[in-house]
Write a protein that binds this ligand. Structure first.
Ligand SMILES: NC(=O)c1ccc[n+]([C@@H]2O[C@H](COP(=O)([O-])OP(=O)(O)OC[C@H]3O[C@@H](n4cnc5c(N)ncnc54)[C@H](OP(=O)(O)O)[C@@H]3O)[C@@H](O)[C@H]2O)c1
Length: 337
């Protein structure tokens, strides 16, 4: 499959497991896999039976290839059984709501951090080929527990090569920004308010900026990273930023806004990597790659064709980004949802 981020890994005949397979990312990933490849088996691993039941109904024509595994990423034994025979794991399960994580800190740590370790161990025990874990820009210089827990998770996956050894699975991370229209995000919130005939839309701060990516771009990026990963990388797509006020303009042109202030744990701008990460970061035309600073399980750190080191002290942040999404682009992305 060709994507805007280059060739996807070839999933034909492969056995794939996705944790959090019933979430926004997971559903689009599974759909993409089934529409473009002939995988041998796709395992959806998550907790809620109703979401799995609905997804099974939506994809009933593919039922022979799909396995719906009820399980928690905190449960290593269950993960171990689910990973039998699996070639590739996509780890998308997470607690991702900033304020919920602040209120329930240890729940967040158990799912996002301890769950990450359980996924690593199940992958090693089952001799999986490769694992990609999804991360977020909030993991860069985190100021909330969600971001901090994802940073810890990133560290677990980057270092997992040391546990796996030279012939074990390869592990890498994909980190990106806000997904347009994902569950609980600003676009569905605004959509509901507009449908309910609101007269003004709440915005946190008119200056606020975010990186934006569509669900399909997120899926395509992960598929392309699986194709080129060597282990230990954090892959970051080069994507545009947008101001919160531009979202209002795209969804309800001319509508009044009410400033409600930045919520606890929120940043005005997000960052994908800091100037301290820059020392180990490479740039390709469509992505940045933070290379592992400690990769003792492999000697293959040969040059990646076309990759160049980023300038000293460079940071990839949503306010200083040189690519911006127009209201028209966002309108089209929303139409695609
Ligand atoms: N959405 C964004 O804007 C965004 C941006 C950057 C990165 N990400 C990352 O992308 C990944 C996927 O996000 P998403 O938007 O698809 O999230 P989502 O829609 O909230 O889906 C989360 C999935 O994880 C499952 N899950 C949650 N806790 C679990 C547990 N303890 N054990 C097993 N499964 C569990 C959920 O199903 P059950 O509740 O039924 O278990 C659901 O299938 C996350 O890692 C997130 O941090 C998201």
């Amino acid at each position: 499959m060709k994507t805007e981020f280059g060739d996807s890994l070839d999933f034909n005949g492969k056995q794939v497991l996705i944790t959090g397979g019933t979430g926004s990312f997971g559903k689009r990933f599974v759909k993409t896999l089934l529409e473009n490849f002939n995988p041998q088996r796709v395992v959806i691993y998550s907790r809620d039976e109703l979401k799995q039941f609905d997804m099974a109904n939506e994809l009933s024509e593919h039922h022979k290839k799909l396995r719906f595994f009820i399980g928690d990423v905190r449960d290593g034994e269950r993960l171990n059984i689910a990973c039998r025979g699996i070639d590739y794991i996509i780890h998308a399960a997470a607690m991702k709501h900033v304020t919920i994580a602040e209120y329930n800190p240890f729940e967040c740590i158990q799912t996002n951090v301890m769950g990450a370790e359980k996924v690593v161990m199940a992958a090693i025990q089952n001799k999986v080929k490769s694992v990609i874990a999804l991360s977020t820009d909030k993991a860069c210089s985190p100021i909330n527990l969600y971001g901090a827990s994802k940073l810890a998770s990133d560290k677990i996956f980057v270092a997992a090569g040391h546990l796996a050894g030279g012939d074990g699975p390869t592990f890498a991370v994909v980190r990106y920004g806000n997904v347009v229209g994902s569950r609980g995000s600003i676009v569905p919130l605004f959509r509901k308010l507009i449908d309910d005939n609101c007269t003004e839309l709440p915005i946190t701060d008119p200056e606020m900026t975010r990186f934006w990516i569509s669900l399909q771009q997120g899926v395509d990026f992960v598929c392309s990273c699986l194709n080129i990963m060597r282990g230990g990388e954090i892959f970051i797509p080069i994507i545009p930023s947008m101001r919160i006020t531009d979202i209002v303009e795209a969804m309800a042109p001319g509508m009044a806004t009410k400033i409600i202030g930045i919520r606890p744990g929120e940043k005005l701008h997000e960052m994908m990597f800091s100037k301290d990460d820059a020392r180990s970061t490479l740039q390709l035309p469509d992505r940045y790659i933070i290379e592992p600073t400690l990769a003792m399980w492999t000697s293959d750190r040969s040059e990646i064709p076309g990759a160049v080191p980023v300038p000293k002290n460079f940071t990839y942040a949503s306010d200083t980004n040189d690519q911006w999404l127009s209201s028209e682009n966002l309108t089209n992305m929303i139409k695609d949802l």
